[in-house]
Design a protein around this ligand. Sequence first.
Ligand SMILES: Cc1cc2nc3c(=O)[nH]c(=O)nc-3n(C[C@H](O)[C@H](O)[C@H](O)COP(=O)(O)O)c2cc1C
Ligand code: SF4
Length: 420
Amino acid sequence: MCFEYIPDVYKIVSVKGAGIMRDGDERIFAPADLAGIHLNNRIIRSGTFEGMCDEEGRPTKQLVKLYTDLADGGVGAIITGAIGVSKAGMSPFAGMGMLDQDSNIPLYRDLILQVHAHNTPIIAQLSHYGRFSGGRDHQRLDKYTSSEIKLIIREFAEAGRRAAQCGFDGIELQCAHGYLLSEFLSQYANYRDDQWGGTAFKRFRIVGEIMYGIQQEAPDIPILIKMNGDEERHAGMDPTSAAEYAIMMEDAGACAIEVSRGLREDFCSTIRGDVCYDRIIEEDPTLRKMPKQLRSFAEPVVHSLYHPWKPTRLYNLKAAMTIRNAVPIPVILNGGVHDMDEIRKALITKRLDFVTISRPLIHDPCLIQKYMEQQMDVSGCRECNRCYSGIMSHPLQCETAAEAVKENNSEEPDQPDSNK
Ligand SMILES: Cc1cc2nc3c(=O)[nH]c(=O)nc-3n(C[C@H](O)[C@H](O)[C@H](O)COP(=O)(O)O)c2cc1C
Ligand code: SF4
């Protein structure tokens, strides 16, 4: 049962009304198979950076608690937050998980055993942050030499081998959101005219070689891909080019495609809703180093750089349908699939295979159980995106829920002192 996770929070902001089971809901909540991975249902926790690992990238008890809460809370499977394959390509934010060294395997193994004890599969999302990394690889795509690219391919393959040794049920390659692999795929970002760019096949090459490398190191582990279905940019990915890549991915052995969108540089094209300008200015690691008076000058810059994106729900549906019509493997819809009606539209009306959810599960890890038990059918997440700005400086939490708890505690009357 999922009762431990700051229960006060959910009393305040989560419960909006009772849900009603509708015809066809059995498809959503019945167990389902994803490339041999046995899922409890078709709703998967989407890869979400937690910042809950130690300096070496090993999981802490806080991460174990989050994952077991999600498992108890009814998700069909968990995709981890981005796990780094090398220090050179890791996130600039603290607490990232890492599979760059064998010595991290034992603690990941323990974590997975605990998640499996709660009957939930767990998939490792392997990622390289490219020009957004906090390490040596913080550079433009055209600056990478061929030997650096080959090293990165090797690093992904070894991280894949470690993921299999840890006991992960699958691997997801993070090829979305403008990070390294996403940039290679996108004509918008990839200006190379060598063997790593210039044509769709050459832009795909790094992903294909990584998949081959992982298959050599860990032949049995299923590989999923998270990719952008649309970038809304001149020469960027669109549903047609995304479908072409999906065909190449399936050909290379991908067992499922998760469809997302957006670029890190836009802040909110992937994660739609409010652009929390005040919090970006407060949390951004570079701006935090500035004296307070100077930071006010950054304000107009931040406002000019970022704007809210619309629509905020089901914004990858069209791309997912295009990809679904191009490949026979399962297609997973991500992005603004928050409420039961949106889940129904994706899984019942459109017959997509799975959906992934991020923010509603940050807000309430027990949400799916509540949907299943018809306690509610609308998520309490307000899409304020403060959890997203928050990971720049501290571990993942629903800031809205945390504030509600704080306010609630401060309103509580003092307890009588029993010693008096
Ligand atoms: C705090 C936060 C951290 C995220 N970290 C990751 C990540 O590590 N890997 C990834 O692929 N997507 C990440 N995302 C994006 C989500 O997986 C998802 O694509 C996006 O939030 C849209 O889904 P949603 O509407 O269900 O939130 C993150 C999103 C949030 C809010
Ligand atoms: S902090 Fe994140 S999870 Fe919480 S309400 Fe805002 S967007 Fe939703």
